[in-house]
Design a protein around this ligand. Structure first.
Ligand code: PMP
Length: 360
């Protein structure tokens, strides 16, 4: 069996130790006599799995007691509608527009109310984070929506907008658990699991309790109401049981390896290795504003589409796979989530050096 270095933006690389535990437990979990995939979500043994997963995530992120943790389905995309359906009271949302994922969320929120884009990096092709000073927060805004890390363009926020007390909602799909955040700064944090946490199919929602109310937009399906999921402890219907189990294994793995602080150190080291090389290369160039560079999705290109294609193809022959940039931006993207080892980035940089020496 040969494993490659997988730079996919998601679903993405998972810790090998976690996959091995899952393999060992595939046929029989503990003394249950069955796979986690086969057990009732109402069983005591699964109850222990989901409770441990929640407790471990709370430890990792220091989640205060007045926040609920929900394990939902529908991907981060479902949150684009769930958030406005549950939080819109006055019918106004302020958005910080940083690319494709805020665009999709704007499209969805616009179906239920009025969207004000209070800052945007669209004029710069989303290669930076917009200026956050002197934001005009709408007086009647129900919340402010931001995307903490922009998976496609490779940018991330290094500071938070001053929302003048309005609830801040953050899409952390591509950088949750990669660096420390103060949960108290946010009303809602949501993330699809398939990048930094586990398999696709589970969505984590961390929500402040006072935002969980029965006062939702008329017609909101029960499945899209936070209070339904919160009151049933994510068990209103059958939750994504196997996904939650893998998320739980990843949380345990992170706790055993120094938690989020340690991940952040490692992520900085990995990202710096690649960015430092890019900054002195005569062939490859980073594509985003230096101050706004993502630690998770590193975007770069050469000066020719043909060379980009050649690089991606040759990298694949060296077991460095999924380096193609998103179809909307082209070039290359190396997604280096928590589970990407330093050696993977080192192998990539070594190969880039070799490619550069052969193609400049
Ligand atoms: N937000 C961000 C920042 C993303 O990167 C993605 C997926 N790439 C999504 C939302 C959509 O997630 P999902 O496919 O889980 O709906």
């Amino acid at each position: 069996m040969k494993r490659v270095y997988n730079f996919s933006a998601g679903p993405a690389v998972l810790p090998e130790e976690v996959l091995k535990i899952a393999a060992d437990e595939m046929l029989c979990y503990g003394d249950s006599g069955m796979s986690v995939m086969e057990m009732s979500h109402r069983s005591k043994v699964f109850d222990d799995i989901i409770n441990a997963a929640e407790a471990d995530l709370r430890k990792l992120m220091n989640i205060p007691n007045n926040y609920k943790v929900l394990f939902l389905q529908g991907g981060a995309t479902t949150q684009f509608s769930m958030v406005p359906m549950n939080l819109m009271k006055q019918g106004v949302v302020d958005f910080i527009h940083t690319g494709a994922w805020s665009e999709k969320a704007i499209e969805e929120a616009s179906r239920y109310g009025t969207v004000h884009v209070i800052a945007s990096s669209e004029d710069n092709d989303f290669t930076c984070i917009p200026d956050l000073t002197n934001l005009t927060i709408s007086e009647d805004a129900d919340y402010v929506h931001m995307v903490q890390n922009n998976t496609i363009y490779g940018t991330r926020f290094t500071s938070l907008p001053n929302t003048l007390g309005k609830v801040l909602v953050s899409d952390m799909s591509s950088n949750i658990l990669s660096e420390p955040f103060k949960v108290e700064d946010f009303g809602i944090i949501f993330a699809g699991a398939q990048k930094n946490i586990g398999p696709a199919g589970t969505t984590i929602v961390i929500i402040r309790e006072d935002l969980i109310t029965k006062d939702v937009l008329k017609g909101t399906p029960l499945m899209l109401q936070y209070h339904i999921h919160a009151s049933k402890k994510s068990m209103y219907n059958t939750p994504p049981t196997y996904g939650i189990y893998i998320c739980g294994l990843v949380f345990k793995h992170l706790l055993a390896n120094g938690g989020v602080e340690e991940m952040y150190k490692k992520n900085l080291k990995k990202a710096n290795l690649l960015y430092d090389y890019l900054d002195q290369s005569n062939l490859f160039k980073g594509t985003v504003n230096k101050e706004d560079r993502s630690l998770m999705n590193i975007t770069f290109k050469t000066n020719s589409e043909d060379l980009n294609k050649k690089f991606i193809a040759e990298a694949k022959n060296h077991d460095l796979v999924n380096l193609k940039g998103h179809r909307s931006v082209g070039g290359m993207r190396a997604s280096v989530y928590n589970a990407m080892p330093y050696d993977g980035v080192k192998a990539l940089v070594e190969f880039m050096k070799q490619f550069e020496s052969e193609n400049v």
